[in-house]
Design a binder for this molecule. Sequence first.
Ligand code: ADP
Ligand code: MG
Length: 362
Amino acid sequence: MAASHSADAGFVRFEAVEKTYDGINLVVKSLNLSIGRGEFLTMLGPSGSGKTTTLMMLAGFESATSGEIYLDGERINNIPPHKRGLGMVFQNYALFPHMSIAENIAFPLQVRHLGKAEIAERVRKALDMVQMSGLDARKPAQLSGGQQQRIALARALVFEPKLLLMDEPLGALDKQLREHMQYEIKHLHERLGITIVYVTHDQSEALTMSDRIAVFNDGIIQQLAAPADLYEKPDNSFVAQFIGENNRIAGRVVSITNGKARIDAKGGTFDALAVKCTAGQSTSVSIRPERVSIDPVQADIVFDARIEEVIYLGDHIRIRVSVLGSDEFVVKTPNQNNQRKFNSGDTLRIGWAVEDGRALDA
Ligand code: ADP
Ligand code: MG
């Protein structure tokens, strides 16, 4: 059966896909990406990095300049959007204003010529799924932004698409509602088991919802990994900077032994994991602020830092220090009772483990 082969190869596959709009600049460059059936895959990256273009090629609204796109084992490059069987939710994919909520949700089913009774039943279920039962007679303008977005979601799911595409669907909502909807979509995905390809520039949104995240920059996937791996084990400086808060120490790689790099930085020498660096070349060592301990008893690496700024954040304290040629080095420390006072200008002894420093591209 063709389906078993395609499941092994990936439910969605991009093979060497490239896209140019003007015939000169590639906005998507030799993209290879395989998405599993039932997976929640997020494309995350800054504005202009090629996320929407990639999604539009999958949806069929843009054509690939070169390369192949497969869905469930079938090459879909030349299949028009409405024949790809996809559900879609976009930030400004507006509901039809003159139709009621029920009519909006029924629309994809009417286009597919389903019977009246079946349409009514499916609309009821879809409303139930997004917890909007009882509002079917209202017009979109009578709903809040979050409610409208839920209806858009119900409309995308009502015909049971094999793949759901979402492009910044929560971008217009305020923070609280956005976070609430993130959990709703995540739970809906867990319940329905459908495949979702989601686009966002918001890293915490991506970390909250995704099975895997493809980090885009400049039309290239910089890293494809599960949320925890992206945060704990960034492959390069772009990912380390883009996901979470990060300290960078500029230095030169003196030598590499057994996967450890000896780093020469301004004001000190220390070891770090040799992740992406070359002996004799410059490097940027990435260290997460919460991995740095203050007054360390046991730490591989210890330096005296000068306190530049102290910020109280309730559950933790952020201390910005000068160390190893950086005056932007941040230490996050939990706020505990009777904690000592930190004052600007004081010397603070800080330390971390060799494994918590990652020597990356400069
Ligand atoms: P993202 O969704 O990550 O913000 P896009 O895929 O929208 O990125 O854009 C990638 C690049 O392609 C950008 O430089 C953008 O200006 C350009 N671009 C996007 N859509 C078009 C278009 N229809 N015509 C010409 N250039 C486009
Ligand atoms: Mg976009």
